[in-house]
Design a protein around this ligand. Structure first.
Ligand SMILES: [Fe+2]
Length: 199
């Protein structure tokens, strides 16, 4: 199993080497340390394992590594079902491959693999850490407060969110897998989400 984690880390290094936007956001910390963590599942994992997404070539190895690791990592959703709603709880999940709480411990940068199922609205949310989304596979509309129209992001596209800048995402008919990077203050800080209509 450790070998599959190492393959995933190698794959992330390869994606960083191939994608300037990732390196410009932050270099990958050298010398990260593997931490034994018990697997933790969320409901979306089987959906991710059987999804038919096609990854961008620069992240093909990372996509395959993320799928191979899916039964072995600690998945999270970031919110309670009461807060985020049933649809989100069934169709969203992420794991921290590298970072302060990651399977590889490293300071200064956190790297998450985030899967969102088809036609899912990830409502307005915000957090202290600065963020870069990189679309590995699938398509989704992204919108920050103040933008009149959302932007469609495709595999290979990236998107920056400033500290505490509210942002939201609506996935397309195939869902998405993203590499999400956090830097700066608040690396293990909370996620805040607006209350669901009617909640
Ligand atoms: Fe975010």
């Amino acid at each position: 199993m450790r070998a599959q984690f190492d393959m995933a880390l190698d794959a992330m290094h390869a994606t960083f080497a191939a994608v300037p936007a990732l390196r410009e956001f932050s270099p990958l910390p050298a010398g990260s340390r593997f931490v034994e963590r018990l697997p933790k599942a969320v409901p979306v994992v089987p959906q991710f394992e059987r999804c038919t997404l096609t990854p961008v070539p620069e992240a093909d190895a990372l996509f395959r590594a993320a799928r191979a690791l899916a039964p072995h990592v600690q998945w999270y959703q970031g919110y309670t079902e009461e807060k985020a709603g049933r649809d989100f709880a069934r169709n969203a999940g992420y794991f921290e491959l590298l970072g302060v709480d990651g399977h590889f411990n490293a300071p200064g940068l956190s790297a998450f693999l985030l899967y969102l199922g088809p036609n899912l609205h990830y409502r307005r949310h915000w957090h202290e850490a600065e963020e870069l989304y990189y679309i590995i596979a699938g398509e989704a509309y992204f919108q920050v407060d103040g933008e009149e129209t959302p932007s469609l992001l495709r595999p290979g596209d990236s998107r920056f969110h400033a500290s505490f800048q509210p942002h939201q995402t609506m996935t397309g008919p195939q869902g998405i897998l993203c590499l999400v990077l956090w830097r700066g203050a608040g690396l293990n800080g909370p996620l805040e989400m607006e209350t669901a209509p009617g909640a």
